[in-house]
Design a protein around this ligand. Structure first.
Ligand SMILES: [Fe+2]
Ligand SMILES: [Fe+2]
Length: 314
């Protein structure tokens, strides 16, 4: 079979004991093996075993993409508003959908169906965060197998969604923010390995040349996304401004930011600090109050610090 005819999906998006309308494969010894037949489901015990073996991905045939999306929408519709489903289970599904969406953007950032999946994931994240108060803490800082950039994107999305509400940002702008947060570092995933490694280097340690290289992730991909008519301009503006600050020392030297842009940039800087400086969430906010003063409004930083306490993140 042709390798290109398969697409990875996170195993967490295929639930146990639920009939699939398409065959599901695993990749084993350089071959795609049919693991669940169309019309069948995977038993819970078998599923648990796979998870234990750290199998994180299934594969579907490209031609079944529509069926897969329908399957996932159906599961999520049922689960997300169900009071009898645990928050843990909801978190697992919505995280799986977000991870699958961002992983696909990495391969084809401008693709419409990848964008649609990202939109759906961001709407489900909002629903989850607003209706299940304990979900933020379960998602934020998860030890995800999806990779650092993807987990960072999800971290930024969940903090941004809830903090934006505290800041009384309109629902429409929160919706754009949630999608932009999931997409904001797609440019990093597009870079060659050496440049992408700069993602893990503390901002203070980046030399001028490295900074220029790293900041490229805010430019090229944004142009590509801007050409796609189905991507709203507000989403593009947010992605474009995510490394900017009020002192104008970001890649585009924009010293003026809209409130949603400032929130996204600040939350991004916060999660990056935890990641690159290898500090706890509590230490990171303390460092922010010193290092980022002037880059963001003091009242916004203070509000964010209080928010993290209220949410028991710190
Ligand atoms: Fe970035
Ligand atoms: Fe980022």
């Amino acid at each position: 079979m042709d390798n290109k005819a398969f697409t990875p999906v996170r195993i967490t998006t295929i639930k146990a004991d639920r009939q699939v309308s398409f065959p599901v494969f695993i990749y084993f010894k350089e071959q795609y093996l049919e693991y669940i037949q169309s019309g069948q489901s995977i038993e819970k015990e078998k599923y648990k075993k796979l998870r234990k073996q750290k199998i994180t991905k299934f594969f579907i045939q490209d031609a079944d993409e529509g069926k897969y999306q329908q399957f996932l929408d159906g599961v999520l519709d049922q689960v997300i508003n169900d009071p009898n489903t645990s928050t843990e289970e909801k978190v697992e599904l919505v995280s799986g959908q977000s991870e699958t969406a961002v992983e696909r953007l990495k391969d084809d950032p401008g693709n419409e169906s990848n964008f649609d999946m990202t939109r759906k994931a961001s709407k489900n994240l909002q629903n989850l965060i607003f209706n299940n108060p304990d979900s933020l803490n379960q998602i934020f800082g998860q030890d995800s197998e999806a990779g650092e950039v993807i987990q960072h994107s999800i971290n930024v999305a969940v903090l941004t969604i809830k903090f934006a509400r505290v800041c009384k940002i309109s629902d429409e702008d929160i919706d754009y923010l949630s999608t932009a947060a999931l997409m904001h570092d797609v440019g990093v995933m597009q870079m060659d390995k050496e440049s992408a490694d700069l993602f893990n280097k503390p901002k203070k340690e980046l030399g001028p040349k490295e900074k220029t290289t790293y900041y490229e992730h805010c430019k090229g991909v944004v142009q590509l996304l801007a050409e796609r008519p189905y991507i709203n301009n507000k989403i593009i503006e947010l992605i474009e401004g995510h490394e900017e600050n009020l002192q104008g020392s970001g890649p585009l030297k924009m010293a003026k930011l809209t409130k949603p842009q400032e929130i996204l940039s600040m939350v991004n800087a916060y999660d990056k600090k935890i990641l690159t400086n290898k500090v706890t969430p509590a230490e990171a906010i303390k460092e922010m109050m010193i290092d980022e003063l002037g880059n963001y409004n003091l009242d916004l930083l203070t509000k964010f610090q209080k928010f993290l306490k209220d949410e028991k993140v710190v």
